[in-house]
Ligand binder design. Structure first.
Ligand SMILES: *[C@@H]1O[C@H](CO)[C@@H](O)[C@H](O)[C@H]1NC(C)=O
Ligand SMILES: *[C@@H]1O[C@H](CO)[C@@H](O)[C@H](O)[C@H]1NC(C)=O
Ligand SMILES: *[C@@H]1O[C@H](CO)[C@@H](O)[C@H](O)[C@H]1NC(C)=O
Ligand SMILES: *[C@@H]1O[C@H](CO)[C@@H](O)[C@H](O)[C@H]1NC(C)=O
Length: 265
């Protein structure tokens, strides 16, 4: 983690110094949804002779290249494992299209147009995974402890999602934001709690967001809180009544047996 950060900082610093020929002002950020296609444009309308167009990924993978010189005409598209069947380069313009994009295609793409003058353009492509719909469940450990009288009318809920990265997870009451967490690393299970009363009639929803899209789950208090409200909502007089009914039945039974025994002897 620390090494990655140091390495990144180093990269950024080197990039900002133009060590890789990357003019930091020229880095364009492109956000795209997993499964979609994205085209990185050269903005050339046609390719004249005496030009070389080179696309690289993370500064070391040669992705695609066009060379047009007097005696040379080269058109190359990489069959690199990660990019196989995902790359297309327009032979008229040199623009690069990544089809059915995956999260491993995130990163720095550099375009070099080697003619006179040489130009460099960099694109940072961020691929966002499709978002799962959050799941609202009851925290069942809260459930058993809520038999204590003080919390009898409360229900503690968790909104959770699995395997997500670069997202925020939020609870809304009507249109106002109640709470939110933001994660940037991969989280196997991300949960955000909410405490409600059984009688609450407000509308609540849990929303997961990334910069491109979101998914919403609406809360149905009756449904979700039901599981242990059946236990915790039993008023005390019910228990006491049941106890006395049992006691009276038992006493009567013993009395009857006693009476029968004495009549025999
Ligand atoms: C082409 O034009 C678009 C829109 O102005 C811009 O975002 C993109 O960076 C340009 N491409 C290059 C290589 O300059
Ligand atoms: C559920 O409630 C228990 C008891 O308060 C707490 O320790 C636990 O962290 C909660 N679970 C989650 C996933 O938040
Ligand atoms: C989460 O990721 C793990 C490991 O990659 C996988 O085994 C599991 O099935 C995933 N769970 C969901 C809900 O996608
Ligand atoms: C969710 O996305 C829709 C458009 O797809 C947008 O109108 C809405 O404001 C977004 N909601 C949140 C909470 O970001």
């Amino acid at each position: 983690m620390i090494y990655t950060s140091v390495l990144c900082a180093l990269c950024l610093w080197l990039a900002s110094r133009g060590v890789f020929g990357v003019d930091s002002d020229e880095v364009k950020s492109v956000s795209v949804m997993e499964g979609d296609s994205v085209t990185l444009h050269t903005n050339l309308t046609h390719i004249q002779t005496d030009i070389q167009i080179l696309w690289t990924f993370k500064l070391n993978t040669r992705l695609a290249e066009i060379i047009k010189r007097e005696q040379m005409n080269i058109y190359f598209v990489s069959k690199d494992v990660i990019f196989r069947d995902h790359l297309q380069m327009n032979s008229q313009t040199g623009s690069l299209t990544i089809t059915n994009i995956k999260t491993e295609h995130s990163g720095l793409y550099q375009l070099q147009i080697i003619s006179d003058p040489i130009s460099y353009t960099s694109f940072t492509v961020i691929v966002h995974a499709r978002l799962p719909v959050p799941v609202i469940i009851r925290n069942s450990s809260q459930c058993s402890s809520s038999s204590e009288r003080s919390s009898v009318s409360k229900c503690v809920l968790l909104c959770s999602v699995m395997n997500v990265t670069h997202v925020s997870l939020s609870w809304y009451k009507g249109n106002s934001l109640l709470s939110s967490i933001i994660v940037s690393d991969l989280n196997i299970r991300l949960s955000l709690p909410l405490e409600v009363e059984y009688q609450d009639t407000n509308t609540y929803r849990c929303v997961i967001n990334n910069p491109i899209t979101n998914q919403t789950q609406h809360l149905d208090i009756n449904n979700v809180c039901e599981s242990c409200s059946a236990l915790t909502m039993i008023p005390h007089w019910v228990g006491i009544t049941v106890f006395f009914v049992l006691l009276i039945t038992l006493t009567a039974a013993v009395g009857v047996l006693w009476f029968l025994y004495y009549r025999k002897t």
